[in-house]
Design a protein around this ligand. Structure first.
Ligand code: HAM
Length: 454
């Protein structure tokens, strides 16, 4: 006997209940983006391999699913969306009015070791604010990101946002004694510091040929970063030294300028925040579960040079990405996923009459939409209607079926009532029933289901 086929490692099957949760998250992403004036875009699922090699950084390149097509072109499944956004803007030249405010909800692929919060195929909400180098654009990105988390029922106690600034961080590190040519290596090491144990860290520092004074500084970072802010005494002492005081003050000013009122206390500068992607230029940020139990929920920052590097005009840009996997874990752990299954029918038709054809008649009548040919849009969409496929006329049994389907209402077509030209309308939650004249029923049903008409 052959083994059953398994889905590929790190991928998911979305059965209806999982699909409903995915749609719930995606709907919230769309709602919040459009509320802030971002427009939806998308691009290809695969791009040329080179696009990711240019400026995304070693880590992500090592996680690419890449292949060669029949024409010998090297391609890769997209591990993220930012290079696609930058390519699209570069190709358009200066053609679009600025700022460009785009969002996208692509499926992304990374050959990571699957673990809690990290898969090989995931969905990532991207929000990008292009053509504006001001702090207002950085703040807007932070605000959209936080608005989504609040929209889903999380509070400021549930998550922390840490931020840093690549250029100021570089200035600070040089002031503290890191050689300028060692900055890329230093960023690389800082990004890994908290993920390594002491001996792995020492090995990495030696292999990257740091001087002993640099090793000592990075070692200090590693030990202080794991402590609460108030206990980082040695680090604070170094940061108040004359050669870095000005830079540190600039950082503290930025902290005040970036902090939004709704994120007053859970928004912190973090000297250890580097972000793995190589295209970031200035402000970077990451959102984490306040209980520290999950991988980052979202991350982003400024990438002011990427569009130019890809052949476009110099164009500043800032944005972030949020994955569905960690967000769903976070919502589920906080008990914030909808209790009732989503997407049940509006109406379940129960036909206990002798006329079996009535079921189909009512179903198609209620499912029908109204199209406005002048405006070329659907002005009234059909209702979600279900019915039993069994021949039973037992109203009690059919009501059980209606309850299983999670219908909001049941339309009951029973012989006695039909004789009097009425139908019964039952609210499945409150279990209350009323009678409606047959000739008014469709209008009343649509109104009860929340339709106001064209
Ligand atoms: P990133 O930090 O690599 O940034 O990813 C952003 C978010 O995507 C993460 O915080 C996480 O929620 C999710 N994510 C990343 N990898 C995985 C994975 N293997 N499985 C599940 N979720 C994952 C970027 O991708 C940037 N391109 C974001 C950006 C947009 N920067 C500017 N604009």
């Amino acid at each position: 006997m052959t083994d059953l086929f398994q889905g590929p490692k790190g991928t998911r099957d979305f059965l209806p209940s999982a699909m409903a949760v995915r749609r719930y998250i995606e709907d919230a992403w769309r709602r919040v983006s459009t509320r802030y004036g971002f427009q939806e875009v998308d691009g290809p699922t695969f791009e040329s391999l080179e696009l990711y090699k240019v400026k995304s950084g070693d880590e992500i390149v090592s996680q690419l699913f890449s292949f060669t097509d029949r024409g010998g072109r090297d391609l890769a499944l997209r591990p993220e969306f930012t290079p696609t956004v930058a390519r699209m803007v570069a190709q358009l030249g200066g053609g679009l009015p600025k700022p460009i405010k785009w969002f996208a909800i692509p499926r992304c692929y990374r050959a990571e070791q699957p673990q809690k919060g990290r898969l090989r195929e995931f969905i990532q909400w991207n929000v990008d604010f292009i053509g504006d180098s001001s702090l207002a654009a950085d703040r807007e990105c932070l605000s959209v990101c936080a608005a989504l988390l609040f929209e889903m029922g999380l509070t400021a106690d549930d998550f922390n946002i840490s931020w840093n600034h690549r250029d100021l961080m570089a200035e600070l590190l040089v002031g503290l004694g890191i050689r300028t040519d060692k900055l890329p290596d230093t960023f690389y090491v800082l990004d890994r510091l908290q993920k390594l144990n002491d001996s792995e860290r020492d090995k990495l520092l030696v292999s990257r040929e740091f001087l002993s004074s640099e090793q000592e500084l990075l070692g200090l970072f590693a030990s202080e970063m794991s402590k609460p802010k108030a206990e980082q005494l040695e680090l604070n002492k170094r940061l108040s030294a004359p050669q870095v005081r000005d830079t540190y003050e600039k950082i503290m000013q930025l902290q005040d300028q970036l902090a939004l009122p709704e994120l007053a206390y859970n928004f912190q500068w973090d000297i250890g925040l580097v972000r793995g992607l190589a295209y970031y230029t200035g402000f970077v940020f990451e959102v984490a579960d306040a209980r520290g139990e999950n991988r980052a929920v979202a991350g982003g920052g400024r990438y002011d040079k990427l569009i130019e590097i890809l052949g476009g005009k110099p164009t500043p840009a800032v944005g972030f990405g949020m994955g569905d996997v960690v967000l769903e874990i976070l919502l589920s752990e906080r008990g914030l996923l909808p209790v009732k299954p989503l997407g049940g029918p509006d109406v379940f038709i129960i036909n206990a009459s002798e006329n079996a054809g009535l079921t189909g008649l009512w179903a198609s009548r209620l499912r029908r939409s109204t199209f406005d040919h002048e405006r070329k849009i659907t002005v009234q969409s059909g209702l979600r209607v279900e019915h039993s496929y069994k021949a039973s006329k037992n109203i009690g049994k059919l009501l059980q079926e209606a309850a299983h389907s999670h219908a909001r209402f049941a339309l009951i077509l029973a012989p006695d009532e039909l004789e009097r030209n009425v139908v019964k309308w039952r609210d499945m939650q409150s279990r209350t029933e009323i009678e409606w004249p047959v000739h008014q029923a469709e209008t009343l049903i649509r109104a009860a289901c929340g339709q106001t008409g064209g």
